[in-house]
Structures are given as structure tokens and as C-alpha cells.
Design a protein. Sequence first.
Length: 173
Amino acid sequence: MKKLFIAVVAAFIGISANAQFYVGGQFGITSNSESNYSTFNILPEVGYSIADNMAVGAVVGYNTYATKDVRSHGTFVLQPYFRYTFLELGPVNIFADAQLQLGFWNDKVYVTDDTTNSTSGTDFGVGIAPGIAIPVSDNLSFVTHLGQLGYYNDTFMFGLNANNVLCGVYYSF
């Protein structure tokens, strides 16, 4: 029993020596007067590096989409993930996040100035999101997600284009 305890403590110390916590996330505002819509995203993120090329984390945040005087759609986002860095090209790390996506939304349609119709629901999905991390210092990195491959609310998604890019800053400690 004593040997088992020492082995477990040694394994924990070995894992902890390589581990780092990080915080960061994405923030974005879009307004398009021509198409008559605006968006707001705040998606903070926390994670834990369990090895040089692996991490676990979660995004917890809010995004909203609104058209002037007609509709608003807000979603609370919960997105745990497993990150694997599979390629290091000098200072650039290329990774993929295996994600579980949960969204709790509320939709309002303004019928008249005094009347609204509201609906709410839950979204669910799984996917893989490729990305690039560029460390600026030992503690600071710029991270970009470049789209997604997955299944979300009865829809298969595959996108690696400029419409699916999310950029953020991470601080490791």
C-alpha cells in the first residue's frame, strides 16, 4: 500500500510539474448598417495544460445577434474541450480542439412596440476546431480558431473560412 501511495504521489508531481493554468478568450462586436444587424460576443476561457501538447479547458460566455427593431437572439455558451497540439513550426503551434457545445438561448421577435413573442431552447453539438497559437512571451499567447468540423443542432458543419475566425489572447500562469 505504501508503494502504491508513493507511486500515485510521484505521478501527480510529474503531471503538476508540466501543468499550467491559462485564462483568455474572445471578445467581438459587429455592426452592419447595410444588412441591419449587430452582434456581440464575450467568450472567456480557462484551461489547464496537462502536457506540452495537451490541455483541457472550457469556454463560458454569451453571444447575441440582433436586427434593428425586429429580432434579438441571445445565447449562453458552455463549451468544454480537449486541445491537442500536433505541430510546432518555430514559434507557431497548430492545434485542434475536440469540443462539446452547449447553448441555452432566448429569442425575441418584436411584433409591435408593445408586443413581443419569445421562445427559448437548448442547442447541442460536438466538433473539432483547428487553431493556431503564437506565444509572444512565456505567459502571453495570441490564439486563433479557424473554423469548425462538427455536428450542431441537426446540422453538419465544415468551415475553414474568414467567416468562422475567432481571435483571442491567453495568459498562462
